[in-house]
Design a protein around this ligand. Structure first.
Ligand code: BV8
Ligand code: ZN
Length: 243
């Protein structure tokens, strides 16, 4: 995979960078993507799992699915792609990570400006009294999925049909609009309104750089399409910037 000299020049002249990331950046940490060949939803349908009604109808199945994902996240680590993004903060005036992921890996890799559009699986709360259950070690099974008040405990993630956190989404739009360069990393760019973020950057004159192992809905719009694994490509870009 070739990184164009023109991109390196654009990066050298840039000061504000946005990384818009999806499940693909965590694939090399061993966390399944949603729509890839081994996508989580290939086996389990989203309508049965990632929406509030399904949760009310099948709390146990949904809680077990999220517990399964938390257990995987708990036993894995950020990969070179996450670490490279954290390193960018040492080179550029402003780096903002706008992620659709709920796996907390950007934070664990050391990124400091993270906007979680779809929440975080390590935060859970009671749907009746709002009591919070925070931390990777939280396990639904130990409390039988219920709060002391008897309410069901859900993950603090945005399900289909639910609104994204307003302040976080507006801040992400602002950062995208102000960015010089917007990387679109490991996302199929099919989930809205999150997928509007790179489009906002594009319409405000940012250089769009896609990093993905295949082409996506947004590939025809980007200025640089880097085909390959984010865990390989992002460290190469970092190296080329350093040299
Ligand atoms: C809302 C949190 C409205 C939970 C998630 C019809 C048309 C358009 C839109 C809609 C529609 N019908 C419904 C909608 C709206 C819906 C939507 O967009 N649906 C889509 C599927 C059509 N959106 C919503 O419902 C949103 N809310 O609209 O509210 C509203 C309005 C008013 C009042 C009330 C409500 C909420 C959407 C949020 C859903 N929650 N996740 C959880 O994680 O369990 S979405 C889920 O998909 C994840 O967040 C995930 O991040 C996100 C996007 O998926 P990707 O991250 O892109 O992952 P994917 O597997 O798809 O792709 C991985 C990519 O990585 C691939 O391209 C692959 O090639 C690449 N890759 C793999 N390995 C690597 C790699 N790249 C680089 N390196 C590698 N190694
Ligand atoms: Zn409660």
């Amino acid at each position: 995979m070739e990184v164009a000299e023109s991109l390196i020049q654009q990066l050298k002249n840039a000061s504000r960078i946005v990384f818009f990331t999806g499940a693909g950046i965590s694939a090399e940490s061993g966390i399944s993507t949603f729509r890839g060949k081994d996508g989580l939803w290939q086996k389990l349908k989203p309508e049965e799992l990632a929406n509030f009604d399904a949760f009310l109808n099948n709390p146990k199945i949904v809680q077990e699915w999220y517990q399964h994902r938390r257990d995987i996240i708990h036993s894995t680590n950020p990969n070179p792609g996450h670490f490279a993004i954290a390193e960018f903060e040492k080179i550029f005036d402003e780096v903002t990570v706008v992620t659709q992921n709920v796996d907390n890996l950007h934070k664990r890799a050391g990124s400091s400006n993270i906007l979680e559009l779809h929440g975080n699986i390590e935060r859970n709360y009671c749907i009746e009294c709002g009591n919070e259950f925070i931390g990777a070690e939280f396990d639904y099974k130990t409390v039988n999925g219920k709060c002391k008040c008897g309410g069901l405990i859900r993950p603090d993630v945005v399900w289909f049909g639910e609104m994204l956190p307003y302040e976080i989404f507006s801040e992400a739009e602002k950062k995208a609009a102000e960015s010089d360069i917007c990387f679109v990393v490991g996302t199929s760019a099919v989930v809205y309104p999150a997928a509007n973020i790179p489009l906002r950057a594009l319409h405000n004159g940012s250089v769009l750089v896609e990093v993905n192992i295949e082409s996506t809905d947004i590939s025809s719009l980007v200025h640089h399409s880097l085909l390959g694994r984010s865990g390989e490509i992002l460290p190469i870009i970092l190296e080329m910037l350093g040299s």
